[in-house]
Design a protein around this ligand. Structure first.
Ligand code: ZN
Length: 292
């Protein structure tokens, strides 16, 4: 879906509301409070009256659109813009694109990220899985890699992020605590996310991966010797890190790293659904709580 299609399909608030009603209820409004389907349409503002519990409700109750004062068309445009922004979209840019203030842009982008959240346990990764950690945040380096004040990678104050990706498949990435990169805990994290009976793991030589061989096939890349040794490489996860970092540094550098997990969610979602044929529709369904 692109912006022109959004304008054509959803020219008015009514068009947006009917789309949401169809998606959520298949045209049989169900009271979100008591689940009754005995509802009567009300005259004002596309609301429905529940004849069972005597409340009134609209299709947005309990969804990411709940209580919004912003026209739904702007929400739909925001979803579309975020899905199409491979490198991420700052609140500032979104506020310009939608002609809303920056706080509103920030708030709705955070709500849309909620719809993108996928729980860790769903789908175990399998096949060839590359695992790697990276570090995000901290002050930019002003000098060379030997600068002791701004060292790179392990051992710095940056936030550790662990990523796992199937070759030609899905990615999982999340913020971890430093102690979770110790071998026993790392082993647990991998076990929770990877189907160990059906996977060959590829990592670099980081000591945290030392116990992996005990539970599954494990190939180790020696970056200092040869970058790509046939099939043994971690290029897939490294490309994902590059995309994520370019996005975060480029778009979100002024945003607190407190929200880093949500940006990671957004980048994983776009990556995991890159081949989805109607991601706009699917994302709206998730925002309504219909798809998960
Ligand atoms: Zn009711």
């Amino acid at each position: 879906m692109n912006l022109v299609e959004i304008f054509e399909l959803f020219p008015t608030e009514d068009a947006c509301l009917s789309f949401l009603e169809q998606a959520r209820w298949k045209n049989e409004p169900r009271c979100p409070y008591c689940k009754s389907t005995k509802a009567t349409p009300m005259l004002k503002e596309n609301r429905h009256h529940c004849n069972s519990c005597n409340t009134s409700f609209s299709v947005t109750v309990g969804t990411i659109f709940h209580n919004t004062k912003l026209p739904l068309q702007k929400w739909f445009l925001a979803v579309c813009l975020m899905l199409n922004a491979k490198k991420g979209l700052s609140a500032r840019q979104l506020s310009r694109d939608l002609k809303v203030n920056k706080d509103t842009a920030w708030r709705i982008s955070m709500k849309i990220r909620e719809a993108m959240y996928e729980s860790e346990q769903r789908n175990m990764l399998h096949g060839i899985v590359e695992v790697d950690e990276t570090y995000i945040g901290g002050k930019p380096r002003k000098t060379g890699p030997d600068d002791k004040h701004h060292p790179r990678g392990r051992g710095t104050k940056k936030i550790p992020v662990l990523g796992m990706v199937e070759r030609n498949g899905k990615v999982k990435a999340r913020v971890v605590r430093k102690d979770q990169l110790q071998s026993r805990k790392l082993q647990q994290l991998i076990r929770r996310n990877v189907d160990i009976t059906n996977t060959t793991l590829m990592t670099d030589q980081f000591g945290g991966y030392i116990r992996i061989k005990q539970m599954m096939p494990h190939k180790v890349i020696n970056h200092s010797v040869w970058y790509v040794d046939g099939n043994t490489h971690t290029n897939t996860i490294e490309s994902f890190w590059a995309l994520l970092k370019r996005g975060i540094v480029g778009q979100y550098h002024k945003v607190s790293l407190r929200y880093l997990p949500r940006y990671i969610t957004e980048f994983c979602y776009r990556y995991n659904h890159r081949k989805h044929e109607d991601l706009f529709n699917y994302t709206i369904l998730r925002g309504l709580g219909v798809a998960r």
